[in-house]
Design a protein around this ligand. Sequence first.
Ligand code: NAD
Ligand code: DAU
Length: 353
Amino acid sequence: MTILVTGGAGFIGGNFVLDWLAAHDETVVNLDKLTYAGNLQTLASLRDNPRHVFVQGDIGDRELVANLLVQYQPRAVLNFAAESHVDRSIHGPGDFIHTNVLGTFNLLESVRAYWTALPAEEQQAFRFLHVSTDEVYGTLSPADPPFAEDNRYEPNSPYSASKAASDHLVRAWHHTYGLPVLTTNCSNNYGPYHFPEKLIPLVILNALAGKPLPIYGDGQQVRDWLYVKDHCSAIRRVLEAGQLGETYNVGGWNEKANLDVVRSICALLDELRPRADGQPYASQITYVQDRPGHDRRYAIDARKLQRELGWKPAETFDSGIRKTVQWYLDNQAWVAGVTSGSYRDWLSQQYGA
Ligand code: NAD
Ligand code: DAU
């Protein structure tokens, strides 16, 4: 048996592929365009693994995807591939429309053609799992209940609008064509192999480099943090037992203000790798201009996934963030590989000198 994973050289897709191959005997065909966010170093341990087939390419390339589907006959396609960074979507939304909207559309069409031609039994067993985000629901006030699956879609950034569009396409391909789809909407992930444009790895690396720790606005925006391995276990569970056409919210019940997240990282670094001058890392915290249209609060109600499929996260924020900080301390070679020239260009574009 085989599964096809898209975006499997990125942060979550990479963790998913590594965990899948460690626990299953199925082959993974990994289709990734290797944008700035795709990193084969993440998959280095799979170099000699015959059950990992890496293919560089675009989910929107119909001919390539059609050929891969016919050649490998996967029983499922899991779509992680996306442009994923909100700040980049503000600077340049075009790539987000290309991959998240048009790419998902083309992928759905390729998969539909393949699925339609399958024998009846394989058609029934086939799944298309679309990995999406809580950001499609917009923003919450402090007193609002967390996002449930029936919340209205109210995306506020070019990124979240493009993901919302992709979710709608996936839903429509089920409703209209009967494609056997599943969608997951997850909160903020953190953990190993996270590209350091995102808050948690950026803060760890800047702290160690003696650089400012940039806090947008007042730092009181709230995110609901989930350790990436828990997201991967949720996806495996939904793939295994999710009801066709359903969406499942995935979250860690870990709401934290950004400033508190950054302070937790600083405290861990003070313990694990104290500064040479004895000063606390928190002294590097710097307030910078807020993100335009910055969503104030995200929080996920993950009770449906727990009630119907028995999933719950294994990590608390305290256990997950400790593992994460330790991972970055132990994996400086991976870090050096991603902090390339193009990454440095992004930092100066976003944060100035
Ligand atoms: P990422 O940016 O780290 O990785 C994305 C991967 O997709 C990269 O390897 C990139 O090369 C690849 N890719 C981009 N465009 C492609 C294309 N056109 N064809 C093939 N491959 C392409 O993203 P991530 O953080 O790992 O997120 C993965 C998925 O999970 C995304 O769909 C994202 O919206 C969703 N998600 C992310 C989070 C989070 O906190 N990071 C939370 C919820 C949902
Ligand atoms: O909620 C799920 C989403 O989480 C995913 O769909 C996205 O792909 C993922 O990137 C993430 O989006 P966020 O915008 O929440 O993540 P980011 O790490 O960019 O920012 C987290 C919070 O920290 C957010 O409120 C902005 C703030 N921030 C971020 C950076 C990079 C700062 O204060 N300073 C920074 O330098």
